[in-house]
Ligand binder design. Structure first.
Ligand SMILES: Cc1cc2nc3c(=O)[nH]c(=O)nc-3n(C[C@H](O)[C@H](O)[C@H](O)COP(=O)(O)O)c2cc1C
Length: 361
């Protein structure tokens, strides 16, 4: 399967446009609006409990009868290092002191990996969303087989050819080819492995010519011209995250929305300081502090995230937004404040204009 027509038929959608799952930013309202407009909306349940995931799935179902995607995190469970975590807490303690708060005594693994979350697996089997997507790795073969047996289509993120081959071998239906431009966490299976850092165009082309599965281009695609270009490179669909942050249906707050369009939006960067895994966003004061020469290494994902979230909560309680986590891709300044339905309509019209103008042979 290669063409976008085959992809949309297989996934039961009108347009080959996927709104990326964005933990903390995408909402049932956003996903449902995208699905109702003919794209594939996504919710991310990876950063919460199975009970919270159930609520999100039910809330999305209440707003759409169209297919939508439910995303889970398949990271290797955190390797705990008490001394390293204590060193990190000591390093960040002065930032808590500024807020008049003590630094936490210890950190926790604030959510489970899908790899060891039987409740989340049972939830997906019971709820049977049309699509389930995996980030940071893939579940064991028997779990993928059970989801497929339940009639669920599956997708997984690859940042390299090797990861794409593992996804293909695992029996998954489609590969999200995530380029270095992408906002949010890099889906690398092993965050300690060398990052090839491939851009979306090179990665999509590489996968489209080396693997048989449909490729979904993700990273830096903000408008119909980008969609047209990705399809011309051999993608069967596109996945856009940052482009949807300014939709009124997203959970982004006013400061986050404003920063996408100011100078900060032009200077997104990849950092492991906030969560323990590389992710692209607008740098905040914790990133600057944690990347200073001589800083200890941040704890493993998602243990480091526990500290970043607590620091942000402590600061936000005093009206200080310097520690907000604002993931965004390189295309941030191109994001548009449209309703999700209008954005999907605009993307389709722009894509068709670009195709008619001969951008695609
Ligand atoms: C705010 C934000 C949160 C994200 N959270 C997730 C997530 O929970 N799960 C996931 O698979 N991808 C997540 N991503 C990555 C997207 O799936 C996708 O790879 C990326 O948005 C594509 O690049 P773009 O932002 O330039 O469109 C997130 C991206 C952003 C911008």
């Amino acid at each position: 399967m290669r063409s976008f027509e085959e992809f949309t038929a297989a996934f039961g959608i009108h347009y080959p446009i996927i709104q990326a799952p964005m933990a903390g930013v995408s909402t049932p309202r956003l996903a449902a609006a995208v699905s109702n407009a003919g794209g594939l909306g996504s919710i991310s349940i990876g950063a919460g409990s199975a009970a919270q995931g159930r609520e999100m799935i039910e809330a999305t179902r209440a707003l759409t009868t169209q297919p939508f995607n439910v995303n889970v995190f398949c990271h290797a469970p955190a390797r705990r290092d008490t001394e390293g975590e204590a060193a990190w807490i000591r390093h960040v303690a002065p930032l808590f002191a500024e807020q008049g708060e003590p630094a936490p005594a210890a950190l926790g693994e604030i959510y489970k990996s899908f790899l060891e979350d039987d409740d989340a697996f049972d939830l997906l089997l019971a709820q049977r969303p049309a699509v389930v997507s995996f980030h940071f790795g893939v579940p064991p073969a028997e779990r993928i087989a059970a989801l497929k047996q339940a009639g669920i289509r599956t997708m997984a993120t690859a940042t390299s050819l090797d990861e794409a081959r593992l996804i293909e071998a695992a029996g998954i239906d489609a590969i999200v080819a995530q380029g270095i431009e992408a906002g949010g966490h890099r889906g690398m299976f092993d965050p300690d492995a060398e990052d090839e850092g491939l851009g979306t165009a090179a990665l999509v082309r590489l996968l489209a010519t080396r693997v048989r599965l449909p490729v979904i281009a993700a990273g830096g695609i903000m408008d119909g011209a980008g969609i047209c270009a990705a399809l011309a490179l051999g993608a069967s669909a596109v996945q856009l995250g940052t482009a949807f942050i300014l939709c009124p249906e997203s959970a982004a707050n006013a400061q986050y929305r404003a920063r996408l369009h100011d100078k900060a939006g032009l200077r997104t960067r990849l950092t492991s300081v906030l969560s323990g895994r590389p992710a692209r966003g607008i740098a905040n004061r914790l990133v600057v502090h944690g990347e200073q020469a001589g800083s200890p290494l941040p704890p493993a994902y998602p243990v480091a995230y526990d500290l970043a979230k607590r620091l942000n909560a402590a600061a936000a309680a005093h009206g200080v937004q310097d520690f907000a986590v604002q993931w965004a891709g390189q295309g941030a300044p191109l994001a548009r404040a449209l309703t999700a339905a209008d954005l999907v309509r605009t993307l389709v019209a722009e894509w068709q204009d670009a195709a008619a103008a001969g951008v695609v042979a």
